[in-house]
Design a protein around this ligand. Structure first.
Ligand SMILES: C[S@@+](CC[C@H](N)C(=O)[O-])C[C@H]1O[C@@H](n2cnc3c(N)ncnc32)[C@H](O)[C@@H]1O
Length: 376
């Protein structure tokens, strides 16, 4: 399926668009924060720093086409001011096909930067997210679509309009190939979960039981043989060999029903918790330093799961640097890009306050001809 709109370029035209920035010599041993337009910086990373296939994880939280000017007043550190005197953080004024093409051009370059074990997470809202999904299918391949994660962003509000309250946005997750980095994450069971899922109690420990057989008959394998003189039910096979079943029984890990049916005992305290599902509750900070600043624990979840220590993590709409901070804390290398002076100022302030002693030094690269007034 192809989405068409006015002025849609071919991928070749995007990749061949002329370069605008000339980066300083590459230093391998620094994390880098770039100030400038992410399109031209990504082009320069690809051609001047040969970074094709070097990035294991990209998270981006671009403007959402809200037709809004976002302001931030850092002097009133605890508030976001919408007053006229406060500093402009960024403009979110592209709409329609212009917005879609703005995102698409950057995603084409992002794909070039991703490694073969890499993943990209794109944070967006319900108004434009479905168009972006089609664009991502086109660029990364519908086969590499992994999840549409629902992110609960705030507590329920009393919306005035005639529609349901909106408390979520979405994160579209794609991998470059099927071989993406995946560090399974679990959330701890609550007492409520334990009471529901592990109702039985033995020696003070909550447990549940699961069948010892599974669908499908094995014709000649050991899992079709008798255990304590009992064959698996018709059309099914034992989950392991009768020898292993015997060992489980000796360890007290088999429960026998009154009619003599064996079931495997699973203790709650031996499980790592619940596999993380696709609805996440990571509300945004109540007192952000930057408008649209994201919850750092959301970023930690993504970085832990889809990158390894020492992976290179990139956020080319990095705003106040939440992704970079999370990457720093989790000992990943990082690259951040933003074209807002306010964003760079706040990102540096946050990074300097929380520098991980094991991480690389950071380098600020100003790709524009503007002087960053408030940055040393
Ligand atoms: C939604 S905010 C990101 C907020 C960020 N996730 C955080 O936690 O602070 C989007 C950012 O994209 C930046 N941006 C918009 N267009 C850009 C461009 N062409 N190049 C670089 N940055 C851009 C804006 O300045 C803004 O800081």
């Amino acid at each position: 399926m192809i989405i068409t709109y006015n002025n849609k370029k071919t991928e070749d035209e995007i990749l061949k668009k002329e370069e605008k920035y000339f980066l300083p010599n590459f230093s391998e041993n620094t994390n880098k924060l770039f100030y400038g337009d992410n399109f031209y910086i990504m082009k320069a990373l690809l051609h001047q720093y040969n970074m094709k296939g070097q990035v294991d994880l990209i998270y981006i939280d671009p403007p959402f086409s809200t037709n809004t000017v976002f302001r931030a007043d850092v002097d009133r550190a605890q508030t976001i001011s919408m007053g006229n005197n406060s500093d402009i953080a960024y403009y979110d004024t592209l709409i329609g096909d212009e917005f879609i093409e703005f995102i698409r051009e950057r995603l084409v370059l992002a794909k070039e930067l991703l490694s073969d074990i890499g993943s990209i997470y794109l944070h967006i809202d319900y108004k434009v997210g479905h168009y972006i999904k089609l664009i991502m299918d086109e660029i990364f391949g519908a086969d590499n679509f992994r999840n549409d994660i629902t992110r609960i962003k705030c507590n329920p509000k009393n919306f005035k309009r005639k529609a349901y309250g909106n408390i979520k946005d979405l994160i579209l997750f794609y991998s470059k190939t099927k071989n993406n980095i995946w560090n399974e994450c679990y959330t701890q069971y609550s007492q409520d979960d334990i009471n529901k899922l592990y109702k039985k109690v033995k020696d003070g420990r909550n447990y549940t039981t699961v069948p010892l057989h599974a669908p499908g008959e094995t014709l000649n394998g050991v899992t079709s043989q008798a255990f304590k003189g009992m064959l698996p039910p018709k059309g099914r096979h034992w989950r392991c060999s009768p020898e292993e079943l015997e060992k489980l029984d000796q360890q007290g890990l088999i429960e026998w029903s009154s009619t003599g049916v064996p079931r495997r005992i699973i203790y709650a305290d031996e499980k790592l918790g619940k596999k993380v599902q696709d609805i996440w509750d990571y509300k945004d900070p109540q007192y952000p330093e930057y408008p649209t600043e994201k919850n750092i624990n959301l970023l930690k979840q993504i970085i832990k799961t889809s990158s390894n220590e020492n992976s290179l993590v990139m956020d080319f709409f990095c705003g106040s640097g939440t992704t970079l901070l999370a990457a720093e804390q989790l000992s990943r290398r990082w690259i951040g890009i933003d074209n807002s002076e306010k964003a760079i100022e706040i990102a540096l302030k946050r990074l300097d306050a929380e520098k991980n002693m094991y991480s690389l030094p950071r380098e600020l690269v100003n790709c524009t001809d503007k002087k960053l007034k408030k940055v040393a």
